[in-house]
Design a protein around this ligand. Structure first.
Ligand code: IPM
Ligand code: MG
Length: 367
């Protein structure tokens, strides 16, 4: 037993849309149990984001939500979006709420680990010998690049044509700060960093490559390499074990992290942490809101639960509690429990809720 502290951690919960509320319920139950077991006190406050917020307030990120997040020690987010809101104007789309949360909290560094668990080798669509032992950390820049650059918009031209514009921009300070996070992450891992860009075509990428190369002089213990993004996508599915830590911009990171996720068998397994210079981080699964299976008790809650573990480790300085949760996830997989997305022959199929129950049993058993 760890000595009780007086600190009560204020956690903002953003269940969002689709399967969000179901997987969040599992993660909260797990956190409550670990809190009791390890004498960590949590205060949970739920707030609205995404489609749920649009329905209730007209905005995908109400001011009140951002304020509640700012007042907390960490934010646990599930997922946003769904067919219902897909055709709304951009300012009222669920995705706009998520982007507003990231920029509003200054969360420029997005850590997306893709680790293949031996228990799930069979769930990967790639050959076991290709993916066995894969352990990659994608460090994605999250508040810059083409997601936020200006000018942006759809403009009318004099000749009656329309012109759609988005702009990929990075300043040297934006590159340096994500670069530092990436080098430091690589130092704590395998000591290898691969920076991904499109410097053969894009000026913005040339600056990216120059700055990362300069920065590497301060990290002589990290071996730096560079790949163009098209080659990186190919290498990720050809020989993923060559990667340790990857650093890249917002758009390339969005795409490559989905590809890296699938190496592990299911995107339903992968957590992420979004961190800023200071203030609360946001912890969320890499997957989306899966509206096709929402409300059917079919969702895999493990990415959400592992996001809660990342929150304990990176946001609250509680690595032992994080470890307990991660061990419980491995234990239930060892026991053969599988949701549909990771199901394979001979395993025991469970729904979202039951996965939560077996997880809590595993945590109780580890006391
Ligand atoms: C992600 C998602 C988001 C992104 C969407 C929902 C805006 O795909 O977190 O990877 O593009 O960043
Ligand atoms: Mg994405």
């Amino acid at each position: 037993m760890i000595a009780p502290t007086n600190k009560t951690y204020r956690i903002t919960l953003l269940p969002g849309d689709g399967i969000g509320p179901e997987i969040m319920a599992v993660a909260v139950a797990v956190l409550k149990q670990i809190g009791e077991q390890q004498a960590i006190a949590f205060e949970f406050n739920e707030a609205l984001i995404g489609g749920a917020a649009i329905d209730a307030t007209g905005s995908p990120l109400p001011d009140e939500t951002l304020e509640t997040c700012r007042q907390s020690d960490a934010v646990l987010l599930a997922s946003i979006g769904g067919y219902k809101w897909d055709n709304l104007p951009r300012a009222q789309r669920p995705e706009t709420g998520l982007l507003g949360l990231r920029s509003g909290l200054g969360l420029f560094a997005n850590l997306r680990p893709a680790t293949i668990l031996p228990q799930l080798l069979a769930a990967s669509s790639l050959k076991p010998e290709v993916v066995e032992g894969v352990d990659i950390m994608v460090v994605r820049e999250l508040t810059g690049g083409i997601y936020f650059g200006s000018p942006k918009g759809i403009f009318e031209m004099e000749n009656g044509e329309q012109r759609g514009v988005s702009t990929m921009v990075y300043t040297s300070s934006e590159i340096d700060r994500i670069g530092k996070v990436a080098f430091e992450t690589a130092q704590k891992r395998g000591g290898r960093l691969c920076s991904v860009d499109k410097a053969n075509v894009l000026e913005v990428s040339q600056l990216w490559r120059d700055r990362i190369t300069t920065l590497s002089q301060s990290y002589s213990d990290v071996e730096l390499s560079h790949l163009y993004v098209d080659n990186a996508a190919m290498q990720l599915v050809r020989a993923p074990k060559q990667f340790d830590t990857i650093v890249t911009g917002n758009l390339f990171g969005d795409i490559l992290s989905d590809a890296a996720a699938m190496l592990t068998g299911s995107i339903g397994m992968l957590p992420s942490a979004s961190l800023g210079e200071s203030g609360p981080g946001v912890y969320e699964p890499v997957h989306g809101s899966a509206p096709d299976i929402a409300g059917q008790d079919k969702a895999n809650p493990l990415a959400q639960v592992l996001s809660a573990a990342m929150m304990l480790r990176y946001g609250l300085g509680q690595p032992a509690a994080a470890e307990k949760i991660e061990q419980a996830v491995l234990a239930v997989l060892d026991q053969g429990y599988r949701t549909g997305d990771i199901m394979s022959e001979g395993m025991t199929p469970v729904g979202c809720k039951e996965m939560g129950e077996v997880l809590r049993k595993a945590i109780a058993a580890s006391e």
